[in-house]
Write a protein that binds this ligand. Sequence first.
Ligand SMILES: *[C@@H]1O[C@H](CO)[C@@H](O)[C@H](O)[C@H]1NC(C)=O
Length: 473
Amino acid sequence: MYSKIALASVLFQAARGQQVGTNTPETHPALTWETCTAPGSCTSNNGKVVLDSNWRWVHSAAAGSYTNCYTGNTWDATLCPDDVTCAANCALDGADYTGTYGVTATGNSLKLNFVTGTNVGSRNYLMKDDSNYEILYMLNQEFTFDVDVSNLGCGLNGALYLVSMAADGGLSATNKAGAAYGTGYCDSQCPRDLKFIGGKANVEGWTPESNSANSGTGNNGACCAEMDIWEANSISAAYTPHAGPASLTICDGDACGGTYSSNRYAGDTDPDGCDFNSYRQGDTTFYGPGMTVDTTKVFTVVTQFLTDDGTADGNLNEIKRFYVQDGTVIPNSESTIPGITGNSVNTDYCQNQPTVFNDTPSFENKGGFASMTAGLKAGMVLVLSLWDDYADSMLWLDSDDPATGDPTVPGIARGTCATTSGVPSDVESSQASAYVTYSNIKVGPINSTFAAPATKRSVLGAAAGRPQRRAVL
Ligand SMILES: *[C@@H]1O[C@H](CO)[C@@H](O)[C@H](O)[C@H]1NC(C)=O
């Protein structure tokens, strides 16, 4: 995922010490979320959110000095001659969440604006307290939230997902900022656009991005498992497990693999994942404006992490999806692609999909469900983001990918967006006022976080391949 910085205005105050800037006090927005035991039986947690470090102003840590360590997409050569010196010389500053970054939490709701001044998008993490991320243990549990994607057009991605970050953000002698300043990110693309990884800067080998004024790519990447519960706009949506290490693993150069490296499959992490996108799986009228899941209105997304023995000690073997809208539970759409059946992500689905679509079996090759089980068992951090795509214009989510592919060939078409859509410079002007809202987050045992229909009246047992209808409560 790409990132942008916003340059905060400079006030003259004393910095308090290395690596934590105090120009803007860091005040984490409060966000409540619920833990449930049964439908209607939930208790509220007083969570907080924190903005990722990559969006923050990075300046000299020397007392009274606010020289930028990083400006636009380049590092200051004096403060940052190498990774170790740069980490010692530079401080991450606090964030004006709403004013600079367009991030606003109210009660149980988090709204992320797309463009705010020079800032584009944001990546935020759920915190347990002011210095630790919340670690979620999702095996044999379900994750539920409400989302408003009505303002997200082609090329934008409102993403809610889990990654295997450390609870303290990698706090150490050389990273005094830690989770309080949103450090320690990793994901299944082994991102190399991160300014700091593992207590060091990523200035060595840094190459400014040719098409982005704010980002670049360094020698190091930050790999870990990623569970994309939700990547979506108003046109298309996908949920996708990505295999990878169950904790931050630093990689080197093009051996990282992923979006930022010359060979996508070179690393130990799975950049492609095993995705379920209803449109790509053949149901082109399920998700979108006015469709079965009507994206012009708020709806609820339920994701269940089922294990082979029905306990949290078992192995993940199925990831199931329901939607709830206007009091109606809507099972996920069925795949209508010959050779790929069912309406959930399971072992058969993940083996059949790359075969039928002629894709690299990246998820299987990098460890598949066993790897995702290890990640979920170790506990993962919740990410809430909004981004646009400098690598592929989000065509992999909402258009034809590859753009030159024949959309009648199964697997190519993922949504109705034009193959020319999603270019960041276009969407950052035409959709500047776009936003996503995540709210009402709930975690609990299977079927505890939403009102599942009584078995007799449900359509959950409908034969595979039959048109799915809404179950009226
Ligand atoms: C959850 O609810 C669905 C629909 O009523 C039902 O088919 C399933 O067996 C339930 N699962 C559990 C673990 O209760």
